[in-house]
Each structure stands twice: as C-alpha cells, then as structure tokens.
Design a protein around this ligand. Structure first.
Ligand code: G4P
Length: 304
C-alpha cells in the first residue's frame, strides 16, 4: 500500500518554520493521544531539537489512560520536552498548556511576551484548542486558498502569543502501520486508503490488545480467529450480509472504523513505545531492501 506524500509545499513550509524559530520560545505540538508517535511531525526534532517543547496529547478522552501515561514518560525522557494529556472537549483543561509554557519559560515574566509556535497534523484538534484559548473563531492556517496562508500570529493572553503553522501531514519514510493508524483516526483522508484496509488493521490490533471491547460492542460471545472471520461475525450482527450469504466487506469495515472514531469501542490507544521501536527497526530493514533493489535496477539499466 503506497501513501503519496507531497513534499514540495512541505519543504517550503519547513523552511519558513526554520526561519521563524529564533523568535520562538516554546514549541507546542498537538498530538492525538490514541497515536502519540504516528501523529508527531517527524521533522520537528530536526527543526527544533534545542527548543523547549510541549507535547499536548489531545483527545485523551478517546485513549487508554494507562498507555497515555506510558507515552508521557517515554516522551519526557528528552529533557527539552514536557507533556500534558487532555481533552479539548473539556475547555477548562486547556489553560494547563499556557501554565506549562509559563513554567518552562519563567524568565519571560513581567511584561515580556512568550511566543509559542503551535503545530499539529490535520484532525488532532489544533483549531479547537486555538479557538478555545483565543476565545474566538480563528481562521485556519493552511495552504488552501480559502484559509490563511503560511503562519499567523494569534494573541492568546496578555503574555502569550501563538504562531500557528499549517496543519499538514509531514513526510515520513517508514512503516505502513504508521500510515494505517493515521488513517484509522482520520488524519489521512479516506481516499488514500480503503476502509477495508483500515478495518483489517484495526481489528487485528484490537484482537491482540482489546479483545473484550470488540465482543462487548458487537455482542459477540466468542471471537473468531482471524480478522476476516471477525468482520463476518460483526457483519452478521449489523446487517452486512448480501445475497448468497456474502459479507458486504465495505459496509462492515465502514461501521467498524466509524465506531472506533466515535469512541464507541471504548478509550483505546493504538500504539506503544516498544512496539514503535520495533517498527522503526523494521522500517530501516524495509528501506535497506528497497535501496538494494533500486541499485540493482540502476545497474541493469546501465548494462542495457
Ligand atoms: P485540526 O484543527 O487539528 O484539524 O482539528 P479540529 O480542531 O478541526 O478537530 C478535529 C475533530 O476532532 C473535530 O470533530 C473536533 O471536535 C474533534 N476534537 C478535537 N479535540 C477533541 C478531543 O479532545 N476529544 C474528542 N473526542 N474530539 C476532539 P469533528 O467531528 O470534525 O467536528 P465537530 O463534530 O466538532 O463539529
């Protein structure tokens, strides 16, 4: 499964961000607490390794509190990083982001503004958070004609100003699971991957980590042994069987994906630090194999 990245405009955005960095005191990255690794901007550590950073694990209401805590501990191993887990559905909790910024940049007190760059891939809840903190609807920053281009400055309080950056997906060479998880949460548009692919991956993961939630939500007494058979079980419960007892795979897949996104399956986290570390190693191996193939192709072309 190939995900198409469009690095052209991202390269430009990355350059603009680098240019702005000297003015920035703290970088606030909004993450999806269900996928704290996959929703990161992979280039951020490159751009801003030495900047104090706040990672906001938003949508904590939809994620697994125990695993979210594991992610916070993992991320905070980096001295420059502090984390907060919260839900933008609880507006009062968002003030914690500003309090943490003030704690991290204490020497900016007394009449000096703290300038924070706020980043986040699509759908992590960045606009919701900005609008609540600013107390008004702020136009989305982005590269589409209808929305504000480049960055915009947003005054949040007497002492804090945000620089908002476009909410785009950043290029990441790597594991297809990362893209699948982005698709499950809705960060990657439906057109890039089918619901069937996403549902297979999701059911496979839930079978391992949260089997009881599938049973409970879809009223299944036992779980079948493989993804397709579980989708058949769910399909039978939810009217997704076509003529000749064939499963309507598209319909049942869409049901599973929507139920997950709505939080109807429970508060579930889709990745763990040690799993991601394994995937990183796999991704390196995959890339090395691809490189060998590319070199072999080049040599063959050279001989012709
Ligand atoms: P973005 O700017 O990062 O792209 O995200 P945005 O704020 O537009 O939020 C994307 C969706 O996520 C919105 O739902 C928003 O309500 C929801 N959301 C944001 N933060 C949270 C959170 O902490 N918990 C939960 N459960 N949902 C959150 P939507 O369905 O697209 O729009 P709407 O139903 O709010 O109108």
């Amino acid at each position: 499964m190939a995900i198409q990245w469009f690095p052209g405009h991202m390269y430009k955005a990355g350059k603009e961000i680098k240019k702005l960095l000297p003015e920035i005191d703290v970088v606030i990255e909004i993450l999806d607490a269900r996928i704290p690794f996959s929703s990161q901007n992979p280039l951020l550590m490159e751009f801003a390794a030495h900047k104090p950073s706040i990672k906001v694990l938003n949508k904590a209401d939809l994620s697994d509190p125990e695993l979210v805590k594991k992610w916070q501990d993992h991320l905070e191993k980096n001295d420059n990083i502090k984390t907060i887990a919260l839900s933008a559905k609880d507006p009062d909790s968002l003030k914690k982001i500003l309090d943490l910024a003030r704690q991290m940049i204490p020497n900016k007190g007394d009449h000096q503004f703290i300038t924070a760059m706020i980043m986040g891939i699509p759908n992590v809840g960045k606009s919701t958070i900005i609008n609540i903190l600013a107390g008004r609807i702020v136009a989305k920053t982005g590269n589409e004609p209808a929305v504000t281009k480049g960055q915009q400055r947003i005054k949040i309080s007497e002492d804090i100003t945000f620089f908002d950056t476009p909410g785009m997906l950043w290029p990441r060479i790597g594991h297809e699971n990362w893209a699948l998880r982005l698709a499950i949460t809705g960060a990657i548009k439906e057109t890039a991957m089918t619901h069937e692919d996403i549902a297979f991956y999701l059911i496979g993961y839930l079978m391992k980590r949260y089997p009881e939630t599938i049973k409970k939500r879809f009223e299944l007494e036992n779980l079948a042994e493989d993804e397709y058979s579980i989708l058949e079980q769910i399909g039978a419960k939810r009217g997704c069987i076509k003529a000749r007892k064939l499963l309507d795979l598209h319909k049942v897949s869409s049901i599973v994906v929507h139920e997950y996104r709505a939080g109807n399956l429970g508060s579930l986290c889709l990745e763990l630090p040690d799993e991601v570390e394994k995937e990183k190693l796999e991704a390196i191996e995959i890339e090395a194999k691809r490189e060998i193939k590319r070199e072999a192709r080049k040599k063959r072309r050279g001989r012709k």
